[in-house]
Design a protein around this ligand. Structure first.
Ligand code: CTP
Ligand code: MG
Length: 241
């Protein structure tokens, strides 16, 4: 992809139904490689913003720019492949582990897939599967644990090598050790890419370049963890209980 991962929203208004605006006047700027976190209560608009980053919908008003190209109103169905990979959305299919990773970039070589799996922290568990990379996954990857599926999703994203990533952190319970493996893989994947993270873990939020605090479709506070704590506003409330 020729995109650098620079993303800008300027005065964006959006509603799934034009009669009911759910995002109001969203302004944000992500430099290539930055990590932007979204926090806020349920229904605040976090997922909706990430849907717009991927251009799943037309916006009502404003501009969304990638590298100064306004993509807010043009249809680009393949954008998802070139810009944001959504990690929660990975569908594993019947086929080998290798083919499931390769799905991120169909012409990737075995070596590239293995390199991606190593970066994703998935290589070790794959090597321990009965047939390693040639192990066949059943339908939806149901012969893997949830944590293993997440590691494969990270490997698939790594092989696609997108300039930006969208992560909707799973709240689902995986054990602490697997969680640590997944975190490590995600950190490696995010390195050098613009990352938009809907964060549920404080550890993820803490090291973000900018945290967007959302409420009823608006960004009501923004800043680093330390800045927001000093502000003693909504974020402070969220994280001090
Ligand atoms: N909404 C809608 N139609 C959809 C999806 C969402 O009208 N297809 C509305 C929701 O009812 C909500 C608003 O859009 O009022 C924002 O929803 P969403 O972005 O999904 O909120 P999140 O902040 O992601 O909430 P959660 O933490 O529960 O995921
Ligand atoms: Mg959501």
């Amino acid at each position: 992809s020729e995109l650098t991962g620079e993303v800008e929203f300027e005065n964006v208004d959006f509603g799934y139904n034009p009669d009911k605006i759910v995002l109001h006047d969203i302004n944000m700027y992500a430099k290539p490689g930055q990590k932007i976190a979204f926090v806020g209560s349920t229904g605040a608009g976090k997922t909706t913003i990430t849907n717009l980053i991927n251009r799943f919908y037309d916006i009502q008003d404003g501009k969304i720019r990638y590298d100064n190209i306004n993509i807010g109103k043009i249809r680009k169905p393949d954008l998802r492949r070139s810009l944001g990979i959504v990690l929660q959305d990975t569908h594993l299919f019947t086929g080998t582990v290798m083919d499931n990773i390769r799905y991120g970039k169909l012409d990737a070589t075995d070596e590239e897939c293995i390199k991606a799996a190593k970066l994703a922290n998935a290589h070790d568990f794959i090597k321990r599967l009965p047939d390693g990379y040639n192990t066949v996954l059943t339908g939806d990857g149901s012969n893997l644990s949830q944590g293993q599926r997440q590691l494969l999703a990270i490997a698939r994203a790594a092989v696609a090598d997108p300039p930006a990533l969208i992560l909707d952190e799973a709240t689902s319970s995986i054990d602490t050790r697997t969680e640590a493996m997944v975190s490590k893989g995600m950190d490696a994947l995010m390195e050098g890419r613009t990352s938009f993270v809907i964060a549920h873990r404080l550890s993820t939020v803490k090291d973000a370049d900018c945290i967007m605090v959302m409420e009823q479709g608006r960004i009501i506070e923004r800043g680093t963890h330390d800045q927001l704590i000093d502000m003693k506003g909504r974020y402070y409330q969220l994280y001090t209980g």
